[in-house]
Design a protein around this ligand. Structure first.
Ligand SMILES: *Cc1c(COP(=O)(O)O)cnc(C)c1O
Length: 416
C-alpha cells in the first residue's frame, strides 16, 4: 500500500497535490512519500518480529540523505556497496554497528574507512578480497568481522541483469569452495568469522528461490560449525519484488514464512537487506509533456525526463506505469513516452495505452522510488532532477535540481 492516490481527478502524494509541487519545483523531479517508506519498513520488520533479526536497508536502491535519515530514525541498519554509501549512511546518522558492506570490488581504502567506522560485518566475495581485508585490518590494529557471500546457485527467475545467485554470475563464492575459505578465515590474523551471506537477485516474485537459498546455506552452516567455527549472523540479502504492473510478489509475511521455515532453529541473528520493496512504490518521477508527434507507425509523447533520469526501462526493459497527473477521460491510444536524449533507447515506456496528454500536462512515472535517481546520470549534459519528500501535508526539496555549473564542476581546460 502506498500514499499516491487520486482526489477529485488529481494525483496526490499523501495530502499534497503533485501539481502544487511541480509549480514550485519545476520538472522533472522525483517525489517520495515518507509515510509510505516508513510503513514499508514497519511491515517488513514486523514480518520477522518472531525472531532475532536486523533490517539493513540496501542503500543503492535510493541513497538520498532524507531517505536514509528516515531509516536512521527507525533504527534500521544499512547494506552498503561503496565508500560513498558508507559516507551517506554515516551522514544520515545510521548506526555503524548496523551496517554491512557488500560488493565484489571493495578497495583497501574503502575497507579502512569501514573498519574505522566500526561496521557490523564485511560480506566477503573472494579469497583475494579476504587476504586484502586481513592485511588492511592488521595494519590498523583491528579485527574485521566477516561473512562469506556464498553463491548458492539458485535461479531467482528474474531479469538476467538482476539475477546474482547463479553459478555464472560474478557474485559470491561457490558453495563447494566456501568451507575451505572459512577454514582459512578462521586462522587469519585480522579476521573474525561472524556470519554467512547470500543475495540471489532482485525483483523476485516468488518465495521459493529464497527458501532454496536458505536451505543451501543451512547445510553449509552445519559443516562450518562442525569444524568449530560459529556462525552468528545469517544474512539472506534482499531481492523481494514489488508490483510494477501485473506481478504478484509475496507479501513480506509470506516471504518471512518461507525463510523461517527453511531456517529451522538455531541461535542466530537473521540479517535482511531489502531495497526495492521499501522504496520502489514509495516514489514517482514527475515529468512534463513537451511535444506530441505521430511517427510513421506510432505515437510519441516527448517529455522532459529521459533515460538519464530513469534508466530501468532502457536497461532492463522494465515496465513502469505512466499516468496523467490529471485524470483524463479521453480515449486511450497506443503511444511511446520518450525523452529528449539522442538515443533510440531513450524511452520511459513503449506501446503504452494512454490518453494522449496535452502539451504542458504532467505525467507521473509510478514505482520509481528504487533504482531511479540512484542510477541517474548527466548524459547529454542534462542536470540531474530535483528530489522532493512529502510527509502528510508538507513537502521539502531534499535534493536541489542540478545547475549547468554543477555539470562542469571540477573540469578544466587542457592548456596546449
Ligand atoms: C542490490 C542488493 C540488495 C537489494 O536488492 P533489492 O532487490 O533492492 O531488495 C541487497 N543486497 C545486495 C548485496 C545487493 O546487491
Amino acid at each position: 500500500m502506498n500514499f499516491f492516490h487520486f482526489r477529485g481527478g488529481e494525483l496526490y502524494c499523501e495530502d499534497v497535490p503533485v501539481r502544487t509541487i511541480a509549480d514550485k519545483v519545476g520538472t522533472p523531479f522525483y517525489l517520495y512519500s515518507a509515510s509510505t517508506i516508513k510503513r514499508h519498513v514497519r511491515v517488513f520488520a514486523e514480518a520477522f518480529s518472531g525472531i532475532d533479526h536486523l533490517v539493513c536497508y540496501s542503500v543503492k536502491a535510493n541513497s538520498n540523505l532524507a531517505v536514509l535519515r528516515l531509516m536512521a530514525g527507525m533504527g534500521t541498519g544499512a547494506d552498503i556497496v561503496s565508500g560513498g554509501e558508507l559516507h551517506r549512511a554515516m551522514k544520515a546518522g545510521i548506526d555503524p554497528s548496523r551496517i554491512v558492506f557488500s560488493g565484489v570490488g571493495k578497495t583497501a581504502r574503502e575497507m579502512e574507512l569501514a573498519l574505522e567506522a566500526g561496521i557490523l560485518m564485511f560480506n566477503v566475495e573472494s579469497g583475494e578480497e579476504l587476504q586484502t581485508l586481513a592485511r588492511v585490518a592488521c595494519s590498523l590494529g583491528k579485527t574485521a568481522p566477516v561473512a562469506m557471500r556464498v553463491n548458492p546457485d539458485v535461479d531467482p527467475k528474474t531479469h538476467p541483469y538482476i539475477s546474482t545467485g547463479l553459478k555464472k554470475n560474478k557474485f559470491g563464492i561457490p558453495v563447494t569452495e566456501a568451507l575451505a575459505l572459512y577454514r582459512q578465515a578462521a586462522e587469519l590474523d585480522g579476521i573474525r568469522v561472524a556470519g554467512i551471506d547470500c543475495h540471489i537477485g532482485s525483483q523476485l516474485t516468488t518465495s521459493d528461490p529464497f527458501g532454496e537459498a536458505v536451505m543451501r546455506l543451512m547445510d553449509l552452516i552445519e559443516k562450518i560449525e562442525g569444524e568449530g567455527i560459529p556462525i552468528r549472523y545469517l544474512d539472506i540479502g534482499g531481492g523481494l519484488g514489488i508490483i510494477y504492473d501485473k506481478e504478484s510478489p509475496p507479501l513480506p509475511a509470506d516471504y518471512a514464512e518461507t525463510v523461517l521455515k527453511a531456517l529451522g532453529n538455531g541461535n542466530r541473528t537473521l540479517i535482511l537487506e531489502p531495497g526495492r520493496v521499501i522504496v520502489g512504490n514509495s516514489g514517482i518521477l514527475v515529468t512534463k509533456v513537451l511535444y506530441r508527434k505521430k511517427g510513421a507507425t506510432k505515437n510519441f509523447v516527448i517529455v522532459d525526463a529521459a533515460m538519464n533520469d530513469l534508466i530501468r526501462p532502457s536497461l532492463y526493459e522494465a515496465y513502469q506505469k505512466i499516468v496523467p497527473v490529471r485524470e483524463s477521460d479521453e480515449t486511450r491510444e497506443i503511444t511511446d513516452v520518450v525523452g529528449p536524449i539522442c538515443e533510440s533507447g531513450d524511452f520511459l515506456g513503449r506501446d503504452l495505452r494512454l490518453a494522449i496528454p496535452e502539451k504542458g500536462e504532467l505525467l507521473a512515472v509510478m514505482s520509481a522510488g528504487a533504482y531511479g535517481f540512484s542510477m541517474s546520470s548527466q548524459y547529454n549534459s542534462r542536470p540531474r532532477a530535483a528530489e522532493v519528500m512529502v510527509m502528510d501535508s508538507r513537502f521539502e526539496i531534499v535534493r536541489e535540481r542540478e545547475t549547468y555549473e554543477d555539470l562542469i564542476r571540477g573540469e578544466r581546460f587542457f592548456e596546449e
